[in-house]
Design a protein around this ligand. Structure first.
Ligand code: SF4
Length: 273
């Protein structure tokens, strides 16, 4: 089947957005802003990479990642909140505000991918499936394990929104961080999907509940080395900066992370230790 180009996809997304405008679901101002989002001219890529996931190579994983516009960022141009339980602190410090994604090109890529997901999900899914297939073949060729992070900067419940993706690729390792404890504690997650709970300044009781149930919790510490020496609330803290290969972490531990880039926090999202 012929793949649609980015420009063709843009026309279809804008068509759906015009309908949303007519139905009063988005405003004229949002629609005008959406017109400024640039789509790639050729067949676009949904999967991308990051310095963090590239670190997983040393553990034998060839990893790709999907970056959408985090939290409420896309609402200005007709999008939606893709992180229903984001806290003020986490959205400020969000991974997507640093590194390569701070560049304008990266922000634009997040924007068109988010609009595509929201207004033309069938095309998004088709592209994603094709790219994971290619990633899988590349990984096998190199003797590596293919891995995919679907929520690079979002908290979409993929196991209900797109459950087929996990069964189509039983030999691909899917993993994510999530602030939705029900997802992390669920006994019905696909067997090739693993989730690490992500602590924020508003969900510490849930973080403890996940740890007590044997799950893992990611926490940003201002002093990661000290946290690894002291532990957190009686739980071992491992170094989560060394690699992003979360599926091979031992269980029932805190995955300690350091603040990245220029992220500053006074909300309590970082644990000041
Ligand atoms: S929930 Fe995660 S992806 Fe969403 S804003 Fe917070 S840190 Fe970023």
């Amino acid at each position: 089947m012929k793949q649609q180009t980015g420009l063709e996809l843009r026309s279809l997304v804008l068509l759906a957005m015009r309908k949303a405008l007519k139905d009063g679901q988005i405003s004229r101002r949002q629609y005008r802003k959406a017109l400024k989002v640039r789509f790639p001219e050729t067949v676009p890529d949904i999967l991308g990479t990051s310095l963090k996931v590239e670190k997983s190579l040393k553990k034998g994983f060839l990893t790709s990642i999907v970056y959408l516009a985090p939290s409420r960022e896309s609402i200005a141009y007709g999008g939606a909140d893709v992180c229903p339980l984001a806290s003020l602190g986490c959205s400020r410090a969000c991974l997507a505000t640093k590194g390569r994604l701070r560049m304008t090109l990266g922000s634009n890529a997040k924007a068109w991918k988010t609009l595509l997901w929201l207004y033309y999900p069938e095309a998004f899914k088709t592209l994603l499936r094709r790219e994971i297939y290619n990633l899988r073949n590349r990984a096998i060729h190199k003797g590596l394990m293919p891995a995919v992070r679907l929520n690079g900067a979002s908290d979409i419940v993929w196991e209900t929104k797109f459950p087929q993706i996990f069964s189509w690729f039983p030999d691909v390792v899917f993993y994510d961080y999530s602030k939705i404890s029900a997802r992390v504690l669920s006994s019905s997650l696909p067997s090739n999907y693993s989730l690490t709970f992500s602590r924020s300044e508003t969900n510490e009781p849930e973080a403890l509940k996940v740890l007590k149930a044997g799950g893992n919790v990611a926490i940003v510490f201002t002093d990661l080395e000290k946290a690894m020496r002291d532990g957190w609330n009686g739980f071992e803290v491992i170094n989560g900066d060394e690699t992003d290969a979360r599926p091979i972490d031992k269980t029932g531990v805190v995955v300690g992370l350091s603040p990245k880039g220029k992220a500053k926090d006074d909300s309590g999202f970082f644990v000041h230790n």
